[in-house]
Design a protein around this ligand. Structure first.
Ligand code: SF4
Ligand code: MG
Length: 326
């Protein structure tokens, strides 16, 4: 089976000049977790909204299970939405505060005609809530009567009620207390295993990503800088930006704190148009060529791609460097 989601040359320009997403290629494979990482403002949430077709791209294509959905009307998207669900950072963006928990979690099923009204719907709601460790006695409570972690559980089971092929999760645990974060992550993993769902998991937190991802894609100022299987990425990150991101991950051992590599220069702003490599103003390895030539993503072996002029073949694998135009 082909990829569940395939994005090609995706662009989104706001107000004619802000290049929030600037030529992104991305693929989420069946049943995997692809983590899309980067600092806030890099365009990762815009990629999520584009992939969900909540906003239209300026250019490029989005294919879901082999079907190009880029130009689909909301009506044509309806059958796709059964299989393509989302979980957002703030559960209030997926849970209407004026709708009871039970009605919320069964809403997608109801919209698609998969559950009736009244007692049947309440019973289904209770079953769903129990799957995520919530009591079916609470079907008639309001979202505000649940804790943040419980609300996120409601949002998660609502997305899973449709047994989707793909869930796009934008920072699903970032707003939660550290103490409940790992429980919610375990829940996400258990449900993924049971249903066979893939995740596009958007996060700025490398520790979470290290736990949950199968593959990693790093985004900077609207472009993908590196993509690799998790083990490869954490062992041999090639891109200078990935190396900087990883050096900021605290070591679990308090006496062996990793030396923090602080990026020089301004944080990224998509309002500025940059020639050459988007990372060049902050890159410690930048040379003259980096100011003019845009590095393309190229294979370095081991299912690993890097967009840097200095990316060399992977020392761990037998992969060959693909032909590059420059
Ligand atoms: Fe740094 Fe140049 Fe590589 Fe960009 S292309 S990451 S500026 S060395
Ligand atoms: Mg975001």
């Amino acid at each position: 089976k082909g990829p569940v989601l395939q994005i090609k040359n995706l662009r989104k320009v706001f107000g004619g000049k802000i290049h929030a997403v600037d030529g992104v290629d991305l693929e989420v494979r069946q049943r995997e977790t692809l983590a899309l990482v980067g600092e806030s403002g890099c365009g990762k949430s815009t990629v999520a909204r584009l992939a969900l077709r909540l906003t239209a791209p300026t250019e490029g294509t989005i294919a879901f299970e082999g079907t190009d959905i880029t130009g689909f009307s909301q009506w044509k998207l309806k059958p796709i939405r059964r299989k393509l669900q989302f979980v957002f950072q703030d559960p209030y963006s997926s849970l209407d505060p004026r709708v009871t928990a039970g009605a919320s979690v069964t809403e997608p099923l109801f919209v698609h005609g998969l559950v009736g009204l009244g007692a049947k719907r309440r019973q289904k709601a209770g079953e769903l809530m129990e799957k995520v460790g919530l009591s079916s006695k609470h079907v008639d409570q309001w979202p505000r009567q649940f804790s943040g972690g419980q609300r996120q559980r409601l949002g998660i089971i609502r997305a899973f009620s449709m047994e989707p092929r793909l869930i796009i999760a934008d920072e699903p645990v970032s707003a939660l207390d550290v103490s409940v974060r790992s429980q919610v992550i375990n829940l996400l993993q258990d449900l993924q295993e049971t249903v066979g769902t893939a995740y596009l998991f958007i996060s700025h937190d490398m520790a979470t990503v290290k736990h949950i991802a199968d593959r990693i894609a790093v985004m900077y100022l609207g472009r993908i800088m590196e993509s690799a299987p998790k083990e490869v990425f954490f062992k041999v990150p090639h891109h200078p930006y990935s190396q900087a991101l990883l050096s900021a991950v605290p070591s679990s051992h308090p006496l062996r704190k990793r030396k923090r590599f602080v990026l020089p220069g301004d944080p990224p702003s998509p309002a500025k148009t940059l020639s050459g490599c988007r990372f060049h103003p902050r890159c410690p390895m930048a040379v003259e060529r980096c100011r003019s030539d845009v590095p393309q993503l190229r294979d370095v072996g081991d299912d690993h791609q890097v967009a840097c002029h200095f990316a060399a073949p992977n020392p761990l694998g037998a992969g060959e460097r693909s032909a590059d135009s420059k």
